[in-house]
Write a protein that binds this ligand. Structure first.
Ligand SMILES: [Zn+2]
Ligand SMILES: [Zn+2]
Length: 316
């Protein structure tokens, strides 16, 4: 039997700037500006400004430039999916993560061992981004935001169909980047009589989706007096605006999220998540066929319990 190439325990390690790979001298989604940053997607907790060099997909660079302007990064090196990039002794390849437009899993190959950093990812279908793609890896470095058997996300279509039963205007809180575009698409498909209005902060993000060939669907820009009429409007607003409408009358407030504690109350819920739930994590492990699982962002406890016998689970 040929011995399998050895996994390096110190392939990734945390320091004050975030998750570092010394074999390629780069950071994955650093939390502070660094010399070389490999950025999985444009959400603010993964993409800080001020890095010297950023490796990312073209869409991620667009969103970072929209948010940060000239301070986004010194240099962007843009890479499409499946195109290898060499950093030191590590070959990096992006695979679609299905989380939002431009989101990437980062496959890193070093001395014959494949390490797959998922970033944030989801398996549920979402026409507003590139669909998740499977990659085989010796080490699966997975986010574990919802890595708990108690968490299963409901069918997003059924969640959106709940809007059809609400006849007054709806104020719909959602993160502006990724979630809002997915909601526009879902409402167009599953509650098509609704008239979608978007907050002015969301419109330029939609414009990037359109430019990149992923139009979210029909919507119009919010105007001041529109919501005075009851016309089955769904006004999509970012979280800070949503919170400022706490006493709004004649409007149903809903917040779209995978988190229970972000829902308005126990009756008014809209569970739409852009992260994998427990079953999807199990499916990812099955298809990735890792020898080891390293967990990030969340709780690796249940994965350890599930796989502890035959796959080494390490909490990073
Ligand atoms: Zn994210
Ligand atoms: Zn995240």
């Amino acid at each position: 039997m040929i011995a399998e190439p050895q996994i390096k325990d110190d392939f990734l390690s945390f320091d004050k700037n975030g998750l570092y790979c010394k074999y390629g001298d780069f950071y994955l989604d650093p939390v502070a500006p660094v010399k070389t940053a490999v950025i999985s997607h444009a959400h603010a907790d993964h993409a800080v400004n001020g890095n010297h060099l950023v490796d990312c997909t073209p869409a991620t660079a667009e969103f970072m430039q929209l948010r940060y302007g000239k301070k986004a990064a010194n240099t962007f090196n843009l890479h499409n999916y499946h195109q290898p990039i060499l950093h030191g002794a590590v070959t990096i390849t992006f695979f679609p993560a299905g989380h939002m437009l431009g989101s990437a899993q980062v496959l890193m190959e070093h001395e014959g061992v494949h390490y797959l950093y998922t970033g944030d990812y989801k398996l549920q279908p979402d026409p507003t981004c590139e669909p998740f793609e499977w990659a085989k890896a010796d080490v699966l470095i997975t986010e574990s935001t919802f890595a708990n058997p108690a968490v299963t996300h409901p069918d997003p279509a059924a969640e959106i169909e709940k809007l059809n039963g609400i006849k007054i205007n709806i104020l719909l809180g959602a993160y502006g980047l990724g979630k809002s575009q997915r909601l526009i698409s879902l409402i167009n498909q599953y509650a098509p009589q609704k008239k979608i209005l978007v907050h002015f902060k969301i419109a330029p993000i939609n414009a990037i989706y359109e430019k990149m060939g992923f139009p979210p669907g029909r919507y119009q820009l919010y105007g001041r007096k529109l919501m005075n009429n009851q016309e089955e409007f769904v006004y999509i607003v970012p979280p800070f605006t949503f919170d400022s409408y706490i006493r709004a009358k004649n409007v149903k407030r809903l917040f779209a999220s995978g988190w229970k504690n972000l829902q308005v109350n126990e009756q008014d819920t809209l569970f739409i998540s852009d992260h994998v739930d427990w079953n999807d994590i199990l499916l990812t492990v099955k298809n990735t066929e890792p020898r080891q699982i390293w967990t990030l962002h969340g709780d690796g406890f249940h994965l350890k319990k599930q796989f502890g016998g035959n796959i080494l689970v390490k909490i990073l």
